[in-house]
Design a protein around this ligand. Sequence first.
Ligand SMILES: [Zn+2]
Length: 122
Amino acid sequence: MRKNTVQSQRNSKVKVGYQEIDIIVEKASFSKPSDSYGEFDHRKNLISIQEDLSDKDYACTLLHEILHAIVYYYSLTQSGEPLDTESKEETVINSITNGLMAVFKDNPNILKEFQHRIHNVR
Ligand SMILES: [Zn+2]
């Protein structure tokens, strides 16, 4: 029962550029097997994340899917752009996600510092 409450609280939105993307937690039924824990669907403007993940896997998956949304909405996946194949996109997204997650884990104050500096811009 408590788990369902926590899961439903995770359903939210994230703004990426001009779009507001819904984030839902659901049973895994993703179209791309390479994204085993989550999926970004630009047609639905939706990030789906598999239910029952650990907090660490949830955070990593959410960051990964947000990065997919960023590269899509900022046109890096268009023909002739740096991430114009699924293989290139997945390699880059995985590397950046795993690198950032390691930085966040190894530097517990870095997110607070970003938050402070971003929201205190003069
Ligand atoms: Zn991916």
